[in-house]
Write a protein that binds this ligand. Structure first.
Ligand SMILES: [Zn+2]
Ligand SMILES: [Zn+2]
Length: 305
């Protein structure tokens, strides 16, 4: 599903026909317009193949967004003192989920190269009955994500916030016709929400913790990418690809493709090599070995003469 200025990331189903414009190979117009340092990274990335049945691009027609289109879109960027990413914990978290939240905040600081602050918890009591439901088939208690974006977050936006995200352990749904969403964000109003409800139980051992952490990091950085006006990626295996279901989401890398990385660096002013160094250190600390190895390779490639 695609709103004018809002992107949701996990639908029930869609009536859109498949018109996949992805699967472009290196050397496309979209690649050639990239600054040279980002073009160096292209060989490390896999172009997006034909979507599998039920995948996001199997269900949704998306035009993508080149780097030049991004620059022309007047994207959300930090301005003056308005450069802090704020996280608002919504509802209750057990101690292990709280650890996931804290590590996510730390990781987002490295991913976007901006300061991250966590606000005081807000109780779910603030969500009115009209913005709650029990899923008619599954019985999950859910919060209306659009209520969080439209009503709950805007009045709580701190003056120095570049973006404000709510993180909740409750399930989310974005409205009629949908089962649930992992997260949802506005492309131009600097608000977003994501949930760890469907990320697995992190209390079930180290591997379960890492799985929950990895999923939470992916969703949080994906949604925050949207808040910096980045559209879904249709060119490469990339963290900005839309995901229609858990298996597809788990298949996607946490890394950004060079096109999306160039957008992020434009938006935040971050240096890509310094960013890779920070991410290597954090992935090592969290035991995310696959991601650590990829960022190492990316850094080495970037530094090649
Ligand atoms: Zn998305
Ligand atoms: Zn991308």
């Amino acid at each position: 599903m695609f709103w004018t200025n809002r992107l949701a990331c996990l639908p029930l189903a869609s009536l859109f026909l498949l018109i996949c414009t992805g699967g472009c190979s290196g050397g496309t117009e979209a690649d050639q317009e990239l600054p040279a340092k980002f073009r160096k990274l292209l060989p490390l990335h896999t172009t997006l193949g034909k979507p599998q049945p039920g995948d996001w691009l199997d269900q949704h027609e998306e035009a993508g967004q080149t780097y030049a289109q991004y620059l022309r879109s007047d994207p959300v960027r930090p301005e003056g003192k308005r450069r802090v990413i704020y996280i608002l914990p919504l509802g209750q978290f057990n101690p292990t989920q709280r650890k996931i939240l804290d590590q996510t905040a730390e990781f987002m600081g490295a991913y976007f190269g901006l300061p991250v602050k966590t606000l005081d918890d807000v109780s779910l009591d603030v969500i009115p009955a009209k913005a709650r439901r029990t899923h008619p088939t599954w019985g999950d208690k859910q919060i209306l994500s659009t209520y969080v974006l439209d009503e709950l977050l805007p009045p709580r936006m701190p003056k120095d916030a570049v973006v404000l995200l709510a993180l909740t352990a409750s399930d989310l749904w974005p409205g009629e016709g949908w089962n649930f969403v992992f997260g949802q964000a506005s492309l131009n109003r600097r608000v977003g929400v994501w949930s760890i409800y469907r990320n697995g139980d992190p209390t079930q051992g180290d591997e379960a913790f890492r799985t929950c952490l990895r999923r939470t990091l992916q969703t949080s950085t994906h949604e925050t990418g949207h808040m910096f006006t980045m559209h879904h990626c249709i060119l490469y295996e990339c963290n900005m690809c839309g995901s229609n279901h858990r298996e597809e989401s788990d298949r996607r890398p946490m890394a950004l493709c060079p096109v999306c990385l160039a957008k992020l660096c434009h938006a935040t002013g971050v240096d890509p090599a310094e960013r890779f160094e920070r991410l290597i250190a954090l992935c090592k600390k969290y035991g995310l070995t696959k991601e650590e190895a990829f960022y190492r390779k990316s850094l080495e490639t970037l530094k090649e003469p």
